[in-house]
Design a protein around this ligand. Structure first.
Ligand code: TYD
Length: 198
């Protein structure tokens, strides 16, 4: 199960709430994330976040993809084999949106590399936590005041448009309203996961 959405949409909170609700139902479930999810992935994430130089979008994507390949090899595939429900806070589609739509890299090429890195495994369900630009900006402002707000706003708008375009008319994608009560959202997501799993 992939959980996707823009920065500030409440994706990580949803992932945690869904995880604990499934645990309470005695389901075998693991919670993981991208970027990160493995010791190598955490190193990649730290170097991307702390980079004091402008990385090319190609190099940026390849680092996310390398982290993803390691995540599939060490976490996703072994846990699929043990029949756990795997919840991942972001997955391949984040690259299609952030490096593809928002940073203008060719989405066909990124999709091909993603498939390879993910051993052609696709999430059974993707939850897209949707919020509008103003809610996102408001939440991000509460977390961090030192933002170049115009750049940030333009970028955020591109990522919203990217997710909206990518997830238009997709049967495997469930769109959740990220402004709703977080516990109710998690209930909704858990129901959909159980319907699929049983
Ligand atoms: P993170 O601190 O995990 O943010 P969030 O809680 O919003 O997920 O950092 C992830 C950042 O990396 C986020 O801005 C999205 C970005 N990202 C990409 O640009 N490409 C990717 O493939 C992934 C997985 C994340």
């Amino acid at each position: 199960v992939a959980i996707e959405g823009i920065d500030g949409c409440g994706k990580s909170l949803l992932a945690h709430n869904v995880y604990y609700q499934l645990k309470n139902l005695n389901k075998k479930v693991i919670l993981t994330k991208e970027p990160g999810g493995t010791p190598f992935g955490e190193k990649v994430y730290t170097s991307l976040i702390n980079a004091d130089f402008m990385l090319s979008p190609e190099a940026e994507f390849l680092l996310f993809a390398a982290s993803r390949a390691e995540h599939f090899d060490k976490v996703i595939i072994p846990n699929l084999l043990s029949e756990s429900i795997i919840l991942s806070d972001r997955m391949g589609d984040s690259s299609i949106v952030y490096q593809g739509y928002a940073k203008n890299q060719p989405t066909t090429m990124l999709t091909t590399i993603n498939h390879w890195a993910m051993h052609t495994i696709q999430p059974a369900i993707t939850f897209y936590v949707h919020i509008d630009i103003n809610t996102a900006l408001e939440r991000i402002k509460q977390r961090n005041t030192a933002l170049h707000i115009f750049e940030k706003k333009t970028f955020l708008e591109k990522t919203i448009q990217g997710f909206d375009a990518l997830y238009h008319n997709r049967k495997d994608v469930i769109i959740l309203d990220g402004t709703k009560d977080p516990i109710a959202l998690a209930h909704q997501a858990v129901e959909r996961i159980l319907q699929h799993h049983e």
